[in-house]
Design a protein around this ligand. Structure first.
Ligand SMILES: [Zn+2]
Ligand SMILES: [Zn+2]
Length: 259
């Protein structure tokens, strides 16, 4: 399987995951020009996308979908609780199905799982082609056993590392917004992400991608440092036992090939 994140953060998210016989996009919060430009540089053919999987209805995850499906007629898989927020142009492309259940597209088996967030509904996804697997969880207020189980034993996990708690507390955001982000339906902190990664690495995951970093309350260096430290405390070395990449808002990640 191949993984490439084209953008990650509150201004737009988009990830491409492909197997031998299927190419899936998770979320599209990019304007069509940026999307086309980044796809081209990453050597991704947007016309070859078999489906768009939506995590939730916040605009940084869906605002690019309507222009994209108008151009390429791609089926959209979106939970019914989130689908109301899609643009009228996108709605006819929504596939009617129970998004809480496992399903398949081409040779990829998709297992959705629920995440706590202040949207109507939010899904993480585990995708597997029978040989390798990738799991994605962003926009979640906290980690729990059930989410850990859904992520565990994937070959690559993209997990939210949204904010440094001190930066957020001391920063300029209004009190209510700080409470929202720190709350049970907000976003995952660097500390929680790092602890989770250290635990999941023990179950054999070798590739992690830190995602949805706040541009105001985090830095890629801080997020990475926290994970490297948590791995060190678990007797694992980043760059040797485990590889950690950071997904950014304005730049695609390298393509990660799991073979
Ligand atoms: Zn988001
Ligand atoms: Zn969100």
């Amino acid at each position: 399987m191949k993984f490439c994140n084209l953008a990650s953060g509150s201004k737009g998210n988009c990830t491409i995951i492909s197997s031998d016989h299927a190419t899936l996009m998770i979320d599209d919060g990019l304007n069509i020009r940026d999307l086309m430009q980044r796809a081209r540089s990453a050597n991704i053919d947007l016309g070859a996308i078999d489906a768009i999987l939506v995590t939730h209805e916040h605009s940084d995850h869906i605002k690019g979908i309507a222009p994209l499906v108008k151009k390429y007629s791609i089926p959209i898989y979106c939970h019914k609780e989130s689908a109301y927020a899609l643009d009228a142009y996108a709605s006819p492309y929504v596939v009617e199905r129970d998004m809480d259940l496992q399903f398949e597209i081409g040779d990829i088996q998709i297992t959705p799982f629920r995440l706590p967030h202040d949207s109507n509904y939010n899904l993480g996804y585990k995708l597997s082609d029978g040989k390798r697997s990738v799991a994605i969880a962003t926009d979640l207020g906290y980690m729990n056993e059930s989410i850990m189980r859904s992520l565990a034993e994937s070959d690559l996990i993209m997990l939210e590392s949204n904010h440094d708690i001190d930066m957020l507390r001391q920063g300029s955001y209004p009190f209510l917004l700080k409470q929202r982000i720190l709350g049970k339906n907000g976003h995952l902190s660097n500390d929680e992400c790092a602890q989770t990664i250290a635990a999941l690495a023990k179950y054999g995951t070798r590739h992690f991608v830190l995602a949805h970093l706040s541009q105001d309350n985090n830095t890629p260096e801080l997020a990475f440092e926290r994970v490297a430290k948590a791995l060190e405390n678990a007797d694992l070395v980043e760059g040797k036992d485990v590889f950690v990449e950071t997904a950014l808002q304005y730049k695609s990640t390298d393509k990660i090939i799991l073979d």
